[in-house]
Ligand binder design. Structure first.
Ligand code: HEM
Length: 446
């Protein structure tokens, strides 16, 4: 089954056309040759940018020498009103310290503790799901936001503050439809981008709400009455090197990124996953059958039985990686595939292109979850699969997201039957991969 793929642009376009296309959608702004090439150079009067599809280059940037390829300050400035100094935008010593405090909360053992909250969110999503023709991206955003609030703060999305953050976040996105990778590039001032007034206002409201939650939690920790969830874990973990903990303000920055990075991405993956089930009846029946093994009150150990569902979710992350591209800036002069790359160039890594690379993957555009059980796929997966990035800056929530995605997909497929309603959606990407006009499915109860 070949699922929707955006039509690439013509090979040659003017710079202005390119910038316009790029801002409208990262995916269709690229020419088809990027699915075959190992490296591509984009020259503009303002900056040079290099897309690296060669696995050896990706390894150099993300795994071997990540300190020489930091995130640019523009990214931090751009996201500052919402994210402050969160782990997503910092570099160097500050970033390393933040990861030392955050990472333990997401380790394997903790995932088991987090699992009941995920189950509760999954059951709530099943109970809430409307029947008939439904736009599922919206439903999945709701479900993924619920997962974050329940696991982080032990509150459901119906909680007054959680609901307000979720609603305000939607309006943040509405005021900032151009929040996309283009905004991270060193473009001249006349290209409009961040910090419109209402965007800043929305960011301030979100941060105000999150501050309330975080301060409330700090008081509960002090009183010894805090629930044992991710927020408590992070706020009580001391940096093993310095003994310091997060101050409330720094914790607010982290909560903001957990919310942003953790719900937009999972929602995107789950929505495309439901579309794949709707387009592939055999896969849908297999997932629904496998999910029977979960029982009424799923235990963490039951997850290991969902092997096929996990492969379905992996395959969705291959074809629709929620974070389609990442940018770094090289600090030193580099040589890449025989080209000299001066410091300050934009190094673009593209899971989107790598995952569909025609010289690496067999039938790259085909949805085939069974490929994850083959020997050949092991090599492709090692060299050209990075939905969560790789190296020390890998997504902190990768393990969490795999559990969440597999579990929610299974619970939904067990309860409902999904069919495509109307025209197939077209993927577009700003910061995450979404459908141009939503993903519409016909949903009936099983
Ligand atoms: C399917 C779901 C998810 C996908 C595909 C995903 C993907 C990614 C990717 C590609 C990055 C690297 C971005 C870059 O370096 O430019 C990243 C970073 C991050 N993600 Fe995720 N993510 C997902 C879910 C989550 C969840 C559930 C959480 C937290 C609860 C989370 C928290 C983070 C954080 C904190 C970072 C920044 C890490 C750092 O820079 O050190 N993500 N994610």
């Amino acid at each position: 089954m070949i699922p929707p793929k955006p039509r690439p642009r013509a090979d040659k376009v003017s710079l202005l056309q390119y910038l316009r296309l790029f801002r409208a959608d990262l995916l269709s702004a690229q020419p088809a040759r990027l699915y075959r090439g190992w490296m591509a150079e984009f020259r503009t009067p303002f900056f040079r940018s290099y897309m690296c599809n060669d696995p050896a280059l990706v390894t150099r940037v993300l795994i071997e020498r990540p300190d020489d390829f930091p995130k640019s300050n523009r990214i931090r400035e751009g996201l500052n009103p919402l994210l402050g100094n969160s782990v997503f935008v910092t570099n160097g010593a500050v970033w390393k310290r933040q990861r030392r405090i955050i990472d333990p909360a997401f380790e394997g053992g903790r995932l088991r503790d987090t699992f009941p909250a995920m189950v509760a969110a999954g059951q709530a999503a099943v109970a809430r799901m409307p029947l008939g023709e439904v736009e599922v991206e919206q439903e999945m955003s709701h479900a993924a936001a619920d997962v974050i609030f329940r696991t982080l703060f032990s509150i459901p999305i119906e909680h007054e503050v959680a609901a307000a953050v979720f609603a305000e976040f939607r309006s943040y996105q509405r005021t900032q439809p151009l929040l996309n990778l283009a905004a991270f590039l060193p473009l001249p001032k006349w290209v409009p981008r961040f910090h419109r007034r209402d965007t800043k206002r929305s960011a301030a409201v979100i941060r105000g709400l999150i501050t309330r939650l975080t301060e409330g939690r700090a008081a509960e920790i002090a009183a010894g009455t805090a629930p044992d969830d991710l927020a408590t874990k992070i706020m009580t973990t001391a940096d093993p090197l310095t003994g310091e903990r997060f101050e409330t303000a720094e914790m607010v920055d982290q909560v903001a990124i957990f919310f942003l990075a953790g719900h937009e991405t999972s929602a995107s993956a789950l929505s495309w996953a439901l579309l794949m089930l709707a387009m592939d009846a055999e896969t849908q029946e297999k997932v629904a059958a496998e999910a029977q093994g979960l029982g009424d009150q799923p235990e963490f150990s039951a997850l290991s039985k969902l092997r096929f569902t996990r492969d379905v979710f992996r395959e969705v992350l291959r074809l629709y990686p929620p974070v389609p591209m990442m940018v770094r800036e090289n600090a030193c002069p580099e040589e890449m595939r025989g080209r000299k790359v001066a410091p300050g160039a934009q190094i673009v890594l593209s899971p989107w292109h790598l995952h569909r690379h025609e010289r690496i993957w067999d039938r790259p555009d085909e949805f085939d979850p069974s490929r994850w059980q083959t020997e050949e796929n092991r090599v492709c997966a090692r060299d050209a699969y990075m939905p969560f990035s790789a190296g020390p800056r890998v997504c902190t929530g990768a393990g969490f997201a795999m559990v969440e995605g597999t579990l929610l997909l299974a619970l939904l497929a067990r309860a409902f039957r999904f069919e495509v309603a109307g025209a197939l959606p077209v993927p577009v990407a700003h910061l995450t991969v979404r459908a141009k006009d939503g993903i519409w499915l016909r949903i009936t109860r099983r």
